[in-house]
Design a protein around this ligand. Structure first.
Ligand code: AMP
Length: 411
């Protein structure tokens, strides 16, 4: 089945055309036929696109709304010189990344009017993310006629967290009235990586005894503790701000700091929000960059604040790794994924330093040679095996979409 995967952000549309079905997925042979990105919607937008065996496309064009961006994506997929489809009618289903599904959506679902209402009810939980996700859906529905649409939520994988993991130490009435609880994000990535990890261990993902810790370390970063294929805990919370130190997000902090700094610096709510989400994390600590590559290079040249930023990042991750081994009562395997997790051996080595006590270690040679590729990096005979597992959220969205449209139970 040819599935169009759409991931619409506030000013961007990412898309992939994926060929998948049950047999292809089981053999790990399903893959993207073409992928692209429209950035800076609302102004001079940049289109990037590449398809198997065709020349890559880079174009700039004034694009003011998501619907035009989706139209351009369909145009590229069907264009004589670079396209992979004769016409858009060949697209058999559309899978949409939707950030927040609240407590309502515990699995991926086919989108109908009722589901659409449910996604819109979650707008107040994810005011920056869910509205563009819905814009993308409406655009694709208008442009693609009869194709079925499926929503795949970032939160749904973590709906299996028990109350002790998802409740905050706040008045319970805030949970009842306003849904203030931990939801967790990056669920599609944690699910993909944990399924792959199970495969690498020769176990089935839902083996009840299987205990995995997955680290998604990209621009946003989170860790998940997974038992028997079900998320037990994850480091992001009510919003993606909680947990690890990230490129520009603070991660965990004493909530009183926010109140204190708002008073001292005379900040409004919007400014405090920007401080925590856009000016903190690696960028705020280092004053150099939010990009781990730049920071590792600056650290190597002796920049002390860059070193401190990387140290804080790795130390926070080390605490979560040890905590999640505790949550699971031991771990069979740990995975590193995302731009940093897949490509930065130095960060992996610094994060597991001293964790031999809980069975986690990396072999220096194996760790150095795993860059952007799948592979085991723990020493022979380690009690917790450690792997680099490149994530592929789009592939999982396409697989879910196929299964739902084909009437199969979720994988
Ligand atoms: P993602 O959001 O998964 O695309 O990850 C993006 C982040 O990965 C960037 O901000 C970089 O900090 C990081 N990254 C990508 N390549 C490398 C690399 N070779 N070494 C260190 N960090 C990298």
């Amino acid at each position: 089945m040819k599935v169009l995967v759409l991931n619409c952000g506030s000013s961007s549309v990412k898309f992939q055309l994926v060929e998948t079905d049950e047999a292809l997925a089981a053999a790990g042979k399903d893959h993207a036929l073409a992928k692209g990105l429209v950035e800076n919607i609302g102004g001079a937008a940049m289109l990037r696109y590449e398809a198997e065996g065709k020349r890559p496309v880079r174009e700039t064009e004034e694009i003011l709304e998501h619907k035009i961006a989706v139209e351009r994506a369909l145009g590229l997929l069907t264009r004589g010189d670079v396209g992979v489809l004769r016409d858009r009618g060949e697209i058999e289903a559309v899978g949409h990344r939707v950030v927040h599904g609240g407590e309502r959506f515990k699995t991926s679902v086919r989108i109908d009017d009722e589901v659409l209402d449910g996604i819109e009810d979650c707008f107040e939980l994810a005011p920056l993310h869910n509205p563009p996700n819905v814009k993308g859906y409406r655009a694709a529905r208008d442009l693609l006629g009869a194709a079925p649409h499926v929503a795949v939520f970032d939160t749904s994988f973590h709906q299996t967290m028990p109350p002790e993991a998802f409740l905050y130490g706040l008045p319970y009435v805030l949970y009842q009235r306003h849904g203030i609880r931990r939801y967790g994000f990056h669920g599609t990535s944690h699910r993909f990586v944990s399924q792959r990890l199970a495969h690498l261990l020769g176990r089935t993902p839902d083996d009840p005894g299987l205990r995995l810790v997955t680290c998604h370390l990209g621009n946003g970063c989170s860790v998940a503790a997974i038992r028997g294929g079900r998320s037990q805990d994850t480091s992001m919370g009510f919003t993606p701000l909680e947990g690890l130190v990230m490129g520009t997000r603070s991660g965990d902090l004493d909530p009183a700091i926010v109140l204190h700094v708002m008073g001292k610096e005379e900040l409004g709510v919007g400014e405090a929000n920007a401080l925590l989400n856009k000016h903190s994390g690696l960028l705020g600590l280092s004053g150099v960059s939010n990009d781990m590559r730049t920071l590792l290079a600056a650290d190597a040249e002796g920049n002390e604040r860059a070193r401190a930023a990387v140290d804080v990042f790795c130390y926070r991750l080390r605490k979560y790794l040890a905590a999640y081994v505790g949550v699971l009562g031991g771990a069979d395997a740990v995975a590193f994924a995302g731009g940093i997790g897949e490509n930065a051996p130095a960060v992996r080595a610094r994060s597991v330093r001293g964790l031999d006590a809980v069975g986690i270690a990396v072999d220096p040679k194996r760790n150095e040679s795993a860059r952007g590729t799948e592979g085991e990096i723990s020493p022979e005979g380690a009690s917790a095996r450690v792997f680099v597992v490149p994530t592929n959220e789009e592939l999982l969205i396409a697989r879910d979409t196929y299964r739902i449209v084909a009437g199969l139970p979720p994988a």
